[in-house]
Design a protein around this ligand. Structure first.
Ligand SMILES: Cc1cc2nc3c(=O)[nH]c(=O)nc-3n(C[C@H](O)[C@H](O)[C@H](O)COP(=O)(O)OP(=O)(O)OC[C@H]3O[C@@H](n4cnc5c(N)ncnc54)[C@H](O)[C@@H]3O)c2cc1C
Length: 378
């Protein structure tokens, strides 16, 4: 009979790296934060637990860059949100609609286009090849002088002054070199799950609202090899159980539901999601018995699949001259939204525009709502 616990001996950790700004998580939010910090002159280290930059957008095949316009021909977000959007398709020579590869409409490439022409031309959005975006993001980071450590998971924090509320002075990481410390002056938590906030003892919340889901590519070869029939051989398949679009009210969602904040639950969600892929492939093969349908590029990042969970994704913990400035992001947005409604003003964020893009362009520091699955509307 094994004991329920074992004791791990205390030991000194090597300080393997140091930087002004350490960004935990190399998804689009972490990359935007790292690039912004590097451009402002800070030394920046990006820690990513996988071996790919881009997070859900690349390793998760979430390959649509949602619009940064208001749907009426006016651009509402710029800065890094726009830069990364354009970068996502910079190398795309030919659009492939079935695969979901499409450039920003011509009207959004023409600086002289009027809002009317842009509104008619389509939304300011793209659909990209995740592998191409991943390569472009990595090149951008290197060009900007951001140091990257892949295969490196943040698993604890340390404070040089050991008291509650004191600044984080080190992140403890694990990678091929073992367990080590990384010294930092500021930390950006862009883990998507608010891991650093959670480890730092910030208030977090987990909700059992994630559903099985998986965006994957299916390659179809019909009669005489890939593309032999003239059809596009690669299709992006969007699989997801209905999820709770109102974030917390339960409306229309279909389980099983997962919290996603422990190893067993996360694995169970992945297994249920892969079941959906197998069922989808069986359906495709039954519909096209003459064709050879193969799965292609399964996501290697897990998808926590209440979409709204992804909105407040970039969490900052900063200590400026002992002043700790933290704003609950969703509360701020709702407040702004209400003020604009009352005074009949146009709020730059509309339901057509993703909130996380809004945060990429606004220099505020936000506090976590959740360590896995943010309850954005209490
Ligand atoms: C199914 C689905 C569909 C979506 N559809 C769209 C869409 O069509 N268009 C759109 O614009 N948005 C969409 N979204 C939202 C969008 O994908 C996310 O908002 C965005 O990708 C989040 O980026 P992020 O960088 O904040 O987080 P993530 O992409 O989750 O990146 C977090 C990164 O941190 C790393 N990490 C996590 N923990 C640690 C740790 N402890 N140590 C080190 N690294 C760590 C992860 O490996 C990952 O690379 C969708 C989301 C989902 C789930």
């Amino acid at each position: 009979m094994h004991p329920a616990t074992i004791r791990e001996p205390a030991r000194d950790l090597r300080v393997a790296e140091s930087a002004d700004v350490v960004v935990a998580g190399g998804g689009v939010a972490g990359i935007a934060a790292a690039v912004a910090a590097a451009r402002s002159g800070a030394s920046v280290l990006l820690l990513e637990r996988t071996c790919t930059p881009g997070g859900l957008a690349t390793a998760g095949n979430v390959a649509i860059y949602l619009p940064i316009c208001d749907g009426r021909g006016r651009q509402v977000l710029g800065g890094l949100a726009e830069e990364l959007l354009r970068l996502s398709v910079a190398d795309l020579r030919r659009e492939v609609p079935a695969a979901g590869f499409f450039r920003e409409p011509a009207a959004w490439r023409d600086p002289a286009a009027t809002p009317g022409e842009r509104a008619k031309g389509g939304r300011f959005q793209t659909g990209f090849d995740p592998a191409a975006f991943s390569l472009a993001l990595e090149a951008l980071l290197l060009r900007e002088g951001v140091r990257i450590l892949y295969d490196t998971r943040v698993c604890a924090i340390a404070r040089a002054i050991a008291r509650d509320g004191a600044a984080i002075s080190h992140l403890v990481v694990e990678n091929k070199s073992g367990r080590a410390a990384v010294a930092c002056r500021a930390v950006v938590d862009a883990t998507g799950d608010a891991d650093v906030c959670f480890l730092a003892g910030e208030r977090t919340e987990s909700l059992a609202t994630n559903v099985p889901a998986c965006w994957y590519y299916a390659a179809t070869a019909a009669g005489g090899g890939a593309g032999g029939s003239g059809e596009s051989p690669v299709r992006l398949r969007y699989l997801s159980n209905p999820y709770d679009k109102d974030a917390g009210t339960g409306g229309g969602a279909a389980g099983p539901f997962f919290r996603g904040d422990d190893a067993a639950g996360l694995t169970a969600q992945l297994l249920a999601s892969r079941d959906r892929v197998r069922a989808d492939l069986a359906k495709l093969r039954a519909e096209r018995p003459e064709a050879d349908v193969q799965p292609f590029a399964l996501p290697s990042a897990y998808q926590q699949l209440l979409l709204y969970a992804c909105m407040v994704r970039c969490f900052f913990i900063c200590h400026l001259d002992n002043l700790r400035f933290a704003v609950p992001a969703q509360a701020l947005c709702i407040l702004l939204h209400c003020i604009c409604k009352i005074f009949f003003l146009d709020f730059p964020y509309t339901e057509h525009c993703d909130l996380h893009m809004f945060f990429l362009s606004v220099p505020i520091q936000v506090q976590p709502f959740s360590n896995t699955n943010s309850s954005l509307i209490p």
